[in-house]
Design a protein around this ligand. Structure first.
Ligand SMILES: Nc1ncnc2c1ncn2[C@@H]1O[C@H](COP(=O)(O)OP(=O)(O)OP(=O)(O)O)[C@@H](O)[C@H]1O
Length: 259
């Protein structure tokens, strides 16, 4: 899998919110997109998979495995989202259906795309629940989202995202709503799953301390522009741009307060 984003530019409501953003993700690479609130991280991620709001005007290029996918018809994008690119968002409570069991929601991609029958889909859901470390998978698939903890719900979100073995996983602040211990467990899960399945990862966060645990390369966004990029280790040791310096300071404070 390779992803090449070139000169991605997004205008919305008369203002430019993402400006000439370029980055690439190689096979199996984990890349971080970091920036303060409103810097354009979420819109960039949504634009990649055709989920930016209708009122957004998007230009540039998004090439997945040699094929331009920016501007593809919704049907084609939905197919890509259901197979080659998985996504995990901040708050699984808003993305999970409160009226459907966990198992039904994990099984949905299998039923929809692979046309599996009920029994087979349930078996796959149990297997997926086990893979993401949900406790008592045979039982958990019959529970509803409100019966799980925040960390467990995020595991469900991850199970759904990776169900059909995408080659690229997009994660937008997936640990922000979680306490520090649960956050570390979920980051470990991302690391294990991406390693085991050779998945590439684009991980969005405002917290450099989180990125340092999961990605090796980072792009720093400020007001929609990439102001710095490089290896996490280099960025932590010698940030150049004042925005990056601020993120490093904040990360040091988080690390101190957590220890
Ligand atoms: N639907 C929308 N209509 C108008 N402006 C929007 C819309 N969605 C986002 N924006 C604006 O675009 C800019 C970038 O938003 P985006 O959500 O991508 O930022 P972000 O870096 O992900 O921030 P956060 O960390 O707070 O989620 C912000 O100024 C935001 O107000």
């Amino acid at each position: 899998m390779t992803l090449d984003v070139t000169s991605l530019t997004i205008d919305i409501g008369g203002s430019r919110v993402v400006d000439d953003l370029s980055f690439s993700v190689a096979d199996g690479e984990r890349l971080g997109l970091i920036g303060e609130s409103g810097s354009g991280k979420s819109l960039s991620i949504l634009a990649l998979i055709g989920l930016a709001p209708d009122e957004a005007t998007i230009t540039g290029s998004v090439v997945l495995d040699g094929t331009e996918i920016l501007g593809l018809p919704e049907r084609a994008l939905a197919r890509i989202r259901g197979s080659r690119i998985g996504s995990v968002f901040q708050d699984p409570l808003t993305s999970l259906n409160p009226l459907h069991t966990i198992g039904r929601q994990i099984a949905e991609p299998f039923r929809l795309h692979d046309k599996l029958g009920k029994g087979d889909a349930r078996a796959r859901a149990v297997e997926a629940a086990r893979e993401v470390g949900l406790p008592d998978p045979e039982h958990v698939v019959d529970l509803f989202p409100h019966q799980l903890s925040g960390g467990q719900r995020q595991r469900v979100g991850i199970a759904i995202a990776i169900a059909r073995r995408p080659t690229l996983l997009l994660a937008d602040e997936p640990t922000t709503a979680l306490d520090v211990t649960t956050q570390a467990e979920i980051l470990e899960l991302f690391r294990r799953l991406t390693d085991e399945h050779g998945m590439s990862l684009v991980f969005v966060t405002h917290d450099l301390a989180v990125l340092a645990q999961i990605t090796s390369e980072v792009v720093v966004l400020s007001h929609g522009r990439a102001v710095e990029r490089g290896a996490v280790s280099r960025i932590l040791a010698s940030p150049v741009d004042p925005v990056t310096q601020g993120l490093v300071r904040a990360a040091r404070e988080t690390t101190w307060s957590a220890s």
